[in-house]
Design a protein around this ligand. Structure first.
Ligand code: PAF
Length: 279
């Protein structure tokens, strides 16, 4: 099987991209089955499928895991080949940040970037949106596919593409889960065997919330909280919102989102549900 073209520089990317329609999956590498689903979803959406592999320093705060973030380029390339990727864009930091990590123009995520993940990681979404805007400018995709697992990220990227008229159709792809329900994430490899078993409570809480949806918002939150033992799971938030991350509305579609630390990694998950009206 012929592997993808690997483009390391902007000029190599331009040459490899050609003039065809492009579907695009941005990643930070350490590809797992969740990424493979994104690639498979994106494959038929454009003539050329581009994946990027770039661990973006500006979305990590000092003290976070930028240096330790798993880098598995050779196996990533194999997974890309299996999923039918045509071009892997794997730039260095200077290719993405030619002036150094000191860009004076960055993307302000606005109020939605300050809640939930943004409350704990205040510089995170500015870094994410800025690098995604740069990647869009370089790759010039027609369609870009992101996982629903990072639901706030997906919502913000959609908002950025719409409000800044970037001309990219942003598509969400359902979360891929392990057999016990744990959402797949590159950071799951930081979990010990015991922590891995404990972490299953996070998705179990979401399922309990869905099962209680007919009872309305309070019933959902009570059912989800009942599954989480605070002695094992360090809960950051467990919240119910509308599908745009605004206040949840009884009788309408909603999103239940959770962030928690089990051992070292911060784990995120979320699920869609339709709320009943409390009687
Ligand atoms: O979700 C990710 O892997 C990253 O946040 C992204 C979108 C590739 C930007 O660096």
């Amino acid at each position: 099987m012929a592997g993808p073209i690997v483009a390391r520089t902007r000029a190599e990317l331009v040459a490899a991209r050609g003039a065809s329609s492009v579907s695009f999956v941005p990643t930070m590498g350490a590809l797992h089955d969740g990424h493979v689903q994104l690639l498979k979803h994106a494959r038929p959406l454009g003539e050329t499928l581009v994946a990027s592999i770039f661990v973006n320093p500006t979305q990590f705060a000092p003290g976070e895991d930028y240096d330790d973030y798993p880098r598995t380029f050779d196996t990533d390339l194999e997974r890309c080949a299996e999923a039918g990727v045509d071009v892997v864009f794997a730039p260095t930091v200077p290719v993405m940040y030619p002036s150094g990590l000191v860009d004076t123009v960055t993307v302000d995520p606005g109020p939605l970037g300050a809640i939930l993940e943004g409350a704990s990681r205040p510089t995170h979404f500015r870094g994410v949106l800025t690098v995604v805007a740069k990647l869009f400018g370089l790759v010039r995709p027609d369609v870009a596919v992101f996982g629903e697992k990072d639901f706030q990220q997906l919502t913000l990227i959609r908002q950025m593409a719409r409000e800044l008229a970037l001309g990219v159709d942003v598509v969400g792809c359902p979360t891929v889960r392990e057999a016990d329900g744990l959402a797949m994430s590159s950071r799951n490899r930081y979990l010990s065997a015991d922590e891995r078993a404990t972490a299953a409570a996070i998705s179990a809480a979401l399922r309990a919330g869905v099962a209680a949806a007919a009872g309305g918002p309070d019933a959902v939150l009570a059912a989800a909280h009942a599954v989480i033992d605070p002695a094992d799971v360090d809960l950051d938030y467990l919240v119910l919102t509308d599908p745009e991350l605004g206040p949840a509305v009884p009788g309408a579609d909603a999103r239940l989102l959770v962030a928690a630390r089990v051992g070292r990694p911060r784990l995120l998950d979320n699920i869609g549900l339709t709320l009943g009206r409390p009687s």
